[in-house]
Design a protein around this ligand. Structure first.
Ligand code: C2E
Ligand code: CA
Ligand code: CA
Ligand code: CA
Length: 280
């Protein structure tokens, strides 16, 4: 057993060592990667189940690493945040995504809105509203066509004034706000009071549990009831199969998102996917 323990810890050390080596590498390569345009937006469709209409897309960053391939946010966001680069990466990715939004529109793919994830740092930054206003005015996009997804953790942990003011400023300027991963934090309900959100995104841990757990089903129903009382739009995240879809639709979710429809895709793949849906 002792032998096994040592072996396990050696394996663990080796893995940890590799992890640190990789973190060091990503840290060094991040700045040149940003300059080289290796950070790109992927897009995941949002659909209105009642009509099947494609209503929007959530922008999710990917790092197209020349040697390591396609990197997901879990693999680099914490490195970017530690090096205070996430704000700049987000800005580059956002500009590319807004260009894509316009391009799709020109070619006849009109989405109601495009959604972006926002860090606490950006939200608390006084200059952010000016930055985003510039970006959308240049492209003749209206604030109401843009939704910012905020984690309740950033609204509460940072229950600091700048973050709440930032949310209020964005809302006042006409942007939509969504509360992301709803139900997973310690202060879900409180954040509904302090922030002027239009939409709540029910976390996929609830959606995943709908079939196996009666308790989760009841909680999800209660959350949806609460949101309806508050006249909030509801998005179900992580809809992975047709049973999930049927349940959340019966329960009254306005929009759905998940692998059942599509994974996040490059702009070209999203376009092709949207075209092939119209033909069907
Ligand atoms: P999130 O905002 O909750 O995004 C949803 C995540 O769930 C995405 O992971 C998406 O690919 C994944 N997902 C979507 N549908 C399904 C499904 O049916 N089943 C399962 N199992 N997963 C599904 P992703 O792209 O790896 O992003 C992870 C997180 O990283 C995001 O969570 C968000 O918090 C953050 N993030 C992603 N892109 C950005 C960005 O551009 N900027 C910032 N600041 N954060 C980002
Ligand atoms: Ca999100
Ligand atoms: Ca989410
Ligand atoms: Ca999440």
């Amino acid at each position: 057993a002792k032998e096994g323990g040592r072996l396990r810890s050696q394996v663990y050390d080796a893995r940890l060592g590799r992890k640190y080596a990789l973190m060091g590498r990503l840290t060094r390569e991040m700045e040149p990667a940003l300059a080289a345009g290796e950070f790109v937006p992927f897009f995941q469709p949002q659909i209105e189940p009642a009509t099947g209409r494609l209503t929007g897309a959530e922008v999710l960053v990917r790092w197209l690493h020349p040697q390591l391939g396609l990197l997901n946010p879990v693999e680099f966001i914490f490195v970017a945040e530690r090096n205070r680069m996430m704000g700049r990466i987000d800005h580059e990715v956002r500009k590319l995504a807004l260009d894509t939004f316009k391009k799709w529109q020109r070619y006849g793919l009109q989405l109601d809105q495009m959604s972006f994830n926002l860090t606490a740092e950006k939200l608390g930054d006084k200059t952010f509203v000016d930055e985003i206003m510039r970006d959308i005015e240049q492209r003749k996009i209206k604030p109401s066509q843009i939704c910012f997804e905020l984690l309740e953790s950033i609204l509460i942990d940072g229950a600091n004034a700048p973050v709440l003011e930032g949310a209020a400023d964005l809302s006042f300027a006409g942007f939509k706000l969504a509360l992301d991963d709803f139900g997973t934090g310690h202060a879900s309900i409180a954040s509904l009071i302090s922030v002027p959100v239009d939409t709540v995104k029910i976390d996929r841990s609830f959606i995943n549990g709908l079939h196996s757990s009666k308790r989760i089903r009841s909680m999800t129903k209660a959350i949806i009831g609460l949101c309806q009382q508050l006249r909030l739009k509801i998005v179900a995240e992580g809809v992975e199969d047709v049973r999930d879809l049927q349940l959340v639709q019966e329960m009254g979710c306005d929009y759905v998102q998940g692998y059942y429809f599509a994974k996040p895709m490059s702009s070209n793949d999203f376009w092709d996917w949207a075209q092939s849906r119209q033909i069907e």
